[in-house]
Design a protein around this ligand. Structure first.
Ligand code: COA
Length: 222
């Protein structure tokens, strides 16, 4: 285990995976897990204690003497809110990169980025703040992932694809080259996307077709 202290915010399944990735890196020491759910307070996840957030994130971080956080929430909007709250509390949002992920040295990365086990990010790709690239996702060359989007496990972005802010790419979905998935949209699991995905739409199927609107939006965008 490393000696750089970090807190994980989120005691769910995604939180467990992020604690594991931080431990596997050999770089970090997870000082505690924070969660709003009082019922989780005091339990342990992978041997790390969960602490209450009753007094707010700044107070919890002060008590645990730690200035860094990894936000471990799958929902883009909730993750974004917590990312903003962490920054407001003066905490640094760290990048979590599992040691088995391959990230080209020619990738630009913002803050609070998560890249999980087995994911590949190839050269020329840009990843903005608060993005999650989940387990074994393949993000090939020259893609652009805007802030707070989420690429679910085993999804494939071929090349030159742009995923706009707050969009989701579902498990195992494939996006053909040079397409844009516009903001707030949701590509369903297993979809084969052969055309641009418009603002706030839900698409799925092979080939993917528009199936509905993604009504959920971030509470506050800036
Ligand atoms: C696309 C998605 C968001 C749609 O959710 P939804 O709007 O709640 O849709 P419903 O579950 O009500 O399903 C509506 C219909 O579409 C079908 N459907 C839903 N998602 C589908 C998909 N990805 N591919 C094919 N058909 C799908 C359902 O079987 C259902 O068909 P029916 O009306 O014939 O019964 C969701 O199904 C999905 O694919 N989520 C991805 C989840 C994921 O990857 N999570 C990873 C977490 S790490």
């Amino acid at each position: 285990m490393g000696n750089k202290k970090v807190l994980v915010w989120g005691a769910g399944g995604h939180g467990k995976v992020i604690v594991d990735a931080l431990m596997a890196s050999g770089e970090w020491k997870v000082a505690g897990i924070l969660d709003e759910d009082e019922k989780k307070s005091g339990i342990e996840i992978l041997g790390v204690k969960v602490f209450s957030l009753e007094a707010g994130v700044a107070e919890a971080a002060k008590k645990l003497d730690c200035g860094r956080v990894a936000v471990a929430i799958g929902d883009n909007y909730a993750r974004f809110e917590k990312f903003q709250q962490s920054q407001g509390a003066g905490l640094t949002a760290v990048n979590v990169v599992h040691p088995s992920a391959h990230v080209s040295r020619f990738v630009k990365m913002g803050e609070g980025v998560v890249i999980l086990a087995g994911a590949t990010i190839n050269p020329g790709t840009t990843i903005e703040d608060n993005v999650c690239v989940n387990t074994s996702a393949s993000v090939d060359h020259d893609n652009y992932l805007e802030r707070s989007c989420h690429i679910f496990p085993n999804a494939t972005l071929t090349g030159g694809v742009r995923i706009q802010e707050f969009a989701y790419v579902g498990t195992g979905a494939v996006i053909a080259p040079n397409l844009t998935v516009e903001k707030y949209s949701y590509v369903g699991a297993g979809a084969l996307v052969l055309a641009n995905v418009g603002l706030g739409t839900i698409v799925f199927g092979v080939p993917a077709k528009v199936r509905g609107d993604q009504k959920k939006r971030p509470g506050k965008e800036n």
